[in-house]
Design a protein around this ligand. Structure first.
Ligand code: HEM
Length: 499
């Protein structure tokens, strides 16, 4: 295995020292290390030192195809999440979530099919949450820290779909929903520092799983009990049954099993983890792109206003917002959730052989990095330049009828939601939320950067690469009211004149 590994290029030195010291570089300079690897070894696999291990990173379209089409028993997403990667799923969330993942099937099927019906609730939650959190009195610009605000708006909105009102607005429940991801990640990092044989002993003690499920049961336990009772009395279509994820989950389980309520709570927490920070990070990035390139604001506002005026606030109307769709997709292209679209563990004892002949050994972690694909000149013209209407322009071309670059489309050149086998099943919900949020903001508010023309730098810690948590763009509602010193229009003009 050492011989096989030795022939794979590495970022930094490939010596033994790098194996031990490089891991520390990884904590604070991972984006630069990946950029260096993608630049030096385009279209290949390269090694990156982590703490006491090498990760194998794929930086190109052809080899990405090898990864996304490999079967689960060869390159496993489940194994990567359970133990070897950052989640330590067995301890942090429970092994049953990977051995029976019906909660994921329910997202893929019932949740996605019901988005049209759930849309009024989504729209209402987005609008109330933003208006409450920005709390503009309509006379002055207001500074609001982006990331906590978007996280709260998203947490309320997904939970409107997951568990409905009033729980989706309960502060204590929302704290749990937002904090859960952080608890899981931090504790998983601690567990993964332990030697393998100690993990089963100390893993459960370090994990916050029982505590989180207990807190979740405090809020959801009585609701689950009530719904089970109604079903027992009136059958599965009982009068007044809410149309939400909790109901769809309960339709898929044995309600007589006493383990049902804690199990359902674990699965709802897992979906909060998959759905909150991913979406709120994407939105924060989009807002930073908008305030750094404010000339887009009017165009997006015009589109949103015109479509809402003509078709009202519906899911079908969102589908017509092509500029908003393009803007969000471009923002995702340039700023992803962390460095990797795809993480897998090699399960084949013979290792995994890529189509270029590279072999990575059994047990290794293989990552596909966004950078190698999204910033690749063969995939995109001027990939380093933000072009909010890049995809909109493709759509307008003569063969636009064949356009297949919507926000929710995955492809080998756009991996924000993964591609093929494990493509994100929540992307339709995420896109619905993101488009509703962006349309709501531009229709109801003017916004501008805290510091003109400056995009707040990402926060970086190891593989956690997230939008800046302290930046505060400014908002004013309703749009068009002059601010204390400069209006949005004058800002846009300055930008156009090249300042
Ligand atoms: C902008 C927001 C989101 C982004 C960027 C995102 C991205 C991703 C990515 C990159 C994957 C991994 C694909 C792979 O391993 O091949 C994934 C998987 C997943 N996502 Fe999302 N996601 C988002 C929102 C959501 C939401 C809202 C939900 C839930 C409602 C969700 C549920 C899931 C689940 C359950 C998986 C695992 C699928 C599987 O293993 O088969 N995601 N997502």
């Amino acid at each position: 295995d050492e011989r096989k590994i030795g022939s794979i290029p590495s970022v930094g030195s490939s010596g033994l020292l790098e194996y031990y010291t490089g891991g520390w570089r990884f904590l604070f300079h991972y984006p630069e290390m990946l950029a260096e690897g993608c630049e030096k070894y385009p279209g290949r696999v390269f090694r990156v030192p982590r703490v006491f291990r090498w990760d194998f990173t794929v930086a190109g379209t052809a080899l990405t195809q090898d990864v996304v089409t490999a079967p689960e028993n060869v390159l496993s997403a489940v194994a990567a999440n359970r133990d070897a990667s950052s989640l330590q799923l067995d301890f942090t969330m429970g092994p049953e979530l990977s051995t029976n993942s019906f909660h994921i099937d329910v997202v893929r099927t019932k949740l996605t099919r019901n988005l049209g019906k759930c849309f009024p609730g989504i729209r209402d939650e987005v609008s109330c949450a933003f208006d409450e959190l920005i709390a503009s009195d309509g006379t002055d610009w207001k500074l609001v820290t982006v990331l906590p605000m978007t996280t709260k708006v998203v947490a309320r909105t997904v939970n409107h779909v997951f568990v409905g009102l009033p729980t989706c607005r309960n502060e204590d429940y929302l704290d749990l929903a937002m904090q859960y991801t952080i608890d899981v990640f931090l504790r998983a990092q601690l567990i993964s520092l332990l030697p393998f044989f100690l993990r089963p002993i100390f893993g459960p003690l370090i994990s916050s799983r029982n505590q989180s499920v207990r807190k979740g049961l405090k809020h959801l336990g009585p609701i689950i009990e009530y719904r089970i009772e109604q079903e027992k009395q009136h059958g599965s279509d009982w009068p007044g049954k809410p149309n939400d994820y909790l109901s769809w989950l309960l339709e898929s389980v044995d309600i007589n099993d006493e383990r049902t309520a804690p199990d359902i709570v674990s699965r709802i927490l897992a979906m909060n983890m998959a759905g909150i920070h991913t979406t709120s990070n994407a939105f924060a990035h989009a807002l930073f792109d908008l305030t750094t390139h404010p000339s887009y604001i009017n165009a997006l506002r015009e589109e949103a206003e015109q479509i809402v005026e003509e078709h009202g606030w519906t899911k079908a109307a969102l589908n017509k917002m092509h500029k908003i769709d393009s803007f969000l997709r471009e923002s995702q292209r340039m700023h992803d959730n962390g460095p990797f679209a795809i993480t897998r563990q090699v399960l084949d004892p013979l290792g995994f052989k890529f189509s270029d002949g590279t072999v990575v050994p059994y047990g290794s972690i293989v990552n596909v990095t966004f950078r190698g694909v999204h910033f690749n000149k063969t995939n995109y013209e001027n990939p380093d330049v933000f072009d909010g209407f890049r995809f909109y322009k493709m759509r307008e071309e003569p063969n636009g009828a064949l356009f297949n670059r919507h926000m929710t489309s995955t492809s080998l050149d756009h991996l924000s939601f993964g591609h093929k086998v494990h493509t994100c099943p929540g992307r339709f919900l995420a896109a619905t939320e993101l488009k509703t949020m962006l349309a709501h903001l531009v229709i109801n508010y003017d916004l501008r950067a805290e510091i003109e023309g400056v995009r707040p730098p990402d926060d970086v810690f190891g593989i956690v690469i997230v939008p800046n948590g302290r930046a505060k763009p400014q908002y004013i509602s309703p749009p068009g009211i002059p601010g204390p010193d400069m209006t949005l229009l004058s800002l846009a003009k300055l930008w156009d004149s090249g300042r």
